[in-house]
Ligand binder design. Structure first.
Ligand SMILES: [Zn+2]
Length: 236
């Protein structure tokens, strides 16, 4: 049949064109760009949360530092009163000593709390640093993906155009009926209508044809088809 020997060439072109069309759709939908954008947004939102927590712990720290200072001043003032002769009797002195002890205890507890906030702040600062780096990486990734996608799309469109014109030049070389069958099979069988037979194996379904069948195919005048997948086969 006319053009039977060109069928594999056509199949290869069609498979290439199909792959390019799929890739073109993917690039035009911008799925990879959207994914990169979402990664960058997530990283930014994580950093935002850490910064809010840092602000809150900073305010707490300042409040506690202020409290420690004022407790210290209060204790110092009371201690001064103990020795400046202004206390007249033992009962008053005992009450003052008791108050000083209370203030010192409160101060010590406040200092413990302050230390806890400082540790938390250090931990948050380390996390913020890491999150900042993640944001920088994600933004760089987003820019790169945008550039890569635009370049790849140009390339895909150029190769697709080439493939189409090669196909247009090849099609008139092939018998119309054979072409029709090939197109039908392509529609039914995942885009593959014709396959080579290499060492007796159909390269589309990978089944080994029997010696009898191979012999029959070699001597047939009509279209040769794989006994398993029914695709058109061409002896390589
Ligand atoms: Zn097959």
């Amino acid at each position: 049949m006319r053009g039977e020997d060109r069928l594999l060439e056509l199949q290869e072109l069609d498979s290439t064109i199909d792959r390019l069309e799929l890739r073109r759709r993917q690039l035009e939908e911008g799925g990879e760009l959207a994914a990169a954008r979402s990664i960058a947004e997530d990283a930014e939102s994580r950093l935002g949360e850490i910064r809010l927590a840092l602000d809150a712990v900073g305010a707490e720290q300042r409040r506690l530092e202020h409290e420690v200072d004022s407790l210290e001043q209060k204790a110092a003032a009371d201690e001064k009163r103990m020795y400046d002769g202004s206390i007249a009797n033992t009962k008053e002195l005992e009450a003052l000593q008791h108050e000083i002890a209370n203030i010192r205890e409160r101060k010590s507890r406040t200092e413990d709390e302050l230390l806890e906030r400082m540790e938390r702040r250090e931990e948050l600062e380390a996390r913020a640093k890491q999150a900042e780096q993640e944001v920088a990486e994600a933004r760089a990734g987003l820019e790169a993906t945008g550039g890569d996608a635009a370049r790849e799309l140009d390339d895909v469109v150029a190769r697709w155009t080439q493939g189409r014109s090669a196909r247009d030049a090849l099609v008139p070389e092939i018998d119309e009926e054979l072409l029709e069958l090939y197109e039908d099979l392509r529609g039914q069988k995942k885009g593959v209508g014709a396959a080579a037979i290499v060492d007796g194996v159909c390269q589309a379904c990978h089944e080994k044809l029997s010696a009898l069948e191979l012999d029959r195919l070699k001597h047939t005048e009509g279209v040769k088809r794989c006994e398993y997948c029914r695709r058109i086969v061409v002896f390589a």
